[in-house]
Design a protein around this ligand. Sequence first.
Ligand code: HH2
Length: 269
Amino acid sequence: MKFLLAASPRLVGILNVTPDSFSDGGAYFDLDAAVAQGVRLWKEGAHWVDVGGESTRPGAAPVGVEEELARTLPVVEGLVARDVRVSIDTRTPAVARAALAAGADVVNDVGGLRAPGMVEAVAEAGAGAVIMHMRGTPEDMSRRTHYADLVSDVREFLSQRLARARAAGIERIWLDPGIGFAKTAEDNVVLLRRLSELGDLGAPLYVGASRKSFIGAITGVRDPLDRLGGSLGAALAAAGSGASVLRVHDVAATRQALEVMMAIHGDAR
Ligand code: HH2
């Protein structure tokens, strides 16, 4: 494997304000606990704290707009008031608009900005966007894992959504292959192995592999909270294949792993 790293990837710290997220569900389902965790991730070196109010684990049912707003908006406000840079993890334009009005910097949309009005909400606010590949919705995506050609499908989707976002005037865009979204465990491994093939689409790459179930499938570790080692392995592999942003639960540990990797393989060596 050949590494050439111009710069260390930026880290996004995950903050799920949900009762049911697959690894941190319930832990920050309280305003004070959520804001404290967001500040902690920021101090550990996150470039953004990604606030989400809807679990997107396989099979998860959608949350209503009012509920998603009630969960996320006070947390976004609390973090912005503490000078934390925030991204909002949502598929819902009304939630995106409210979070951006409250000072969020980026919309992270696992739906790839497909909801009517989402592209406009991001463009009008002058915000950045993460466009992720998924098929269907979290509720039905586990049944939509049959691809004629996985990497081509992901490339085609991302490049079409990128063109649409650029045409609307969105300038800061990251592209995400959607690890764990309508993919088998093997698909996730293939996408990470071939990540560099997405590097010429015209926008930097964003990868979220932290604690996901393919790590359990590889290692046999069942509890997501015990998957730090596997998550670091995935983070380093993604960094070595050109990812510019890594979305992680464990910011301090990932930063430490990247510092060592950069000292060995970075182009400043
Ligand atoms: N993964 C999750 C949520 N949002 N956003 C992007 N851009 N990329 C990802 O891979 C991604 C994401 C799912 O992980 P998590 O937030 O930890 O769990 P849950 O969806 O159960 O809240």
